[in-house]
Design a binder for this molecule. Sequence first.
Ligand SMILES: [Fe+2]
Length: 277
Amino acid sequence: MDVSSASFIPRKVTSAEEAREVVAAEGAVVVTGVADEAAAVALGRRIMGERALRCGTQFEATKAGGRREAMMVDAQPADSRGRKRNFGSAEERMVAHNDGFAFGDYAPDHLFLWCERPAARGGDSFLIDTARLLDLLAADSASADLAHFCRTVDIDHSEPNYPQGTYAPIARRTPSGRFQGRYHPYLAPVEGAAEAAHWAFVRRWETVVNAVRDTGPMFRAQAGEMICVDNYRVLHGRDGYNDPLRKVCSIWGWSTDAVAVPDGPLDIVVPKIPLAS
Ligand SMILES: [Fe+2]
């Protein structure tokens, strides 16, 4: 089946109010004319509006920074199920993901990607609307069982060696009423009798997400543009690039809609789950 229509190019707007409306309706938007990182963080906060709880730069995505973090992660061992963390390299197309996936319920519900400088070539972005993707899967008799699995069966969303202590379906409605659909490369079934059968569904979800990524449209954020994402509903990523001067700031935002909010910054290299407060 053709699932490419779950991937989309966000519209461009110029104000926080328009951005808030479009993110709520469509899952993502691009705001133009954002001068610097401080303005980007402030704009992210304005887009969340009265619901804003926490907003700040998580990291600056550059080739050199990515390589440093990837080396630290490479030194970490595989877990008891043979799963090994890997940050990949700038030259590779990214696996689609929700940001902060290692932190489970503490992941930000908003993501703002401010582009200070695009790559000379490559590094284009993609977005995948998981709500639309699951509707597409549910409407096709060949994949309706996969949609049902994603919506109803608890799985383990934790990264190797960093357990989250909770399980949840791939897609769910959060207590605040937001739709959440998740993907990252370490999803695994809960260990137990149904594990083998559930692995088959998790692998099918992976295959579908990769197919959307590789058949849907990509777009280029220009300098001064900020991609604003409903990080619960929409997966993101970028194509490979080589330009050491590319710089994109990843800004994480938590609103009152978030399932859980951390007290301080989160470390993606050593992703310990914050203690519930
Ligand atoms: Fe990301």
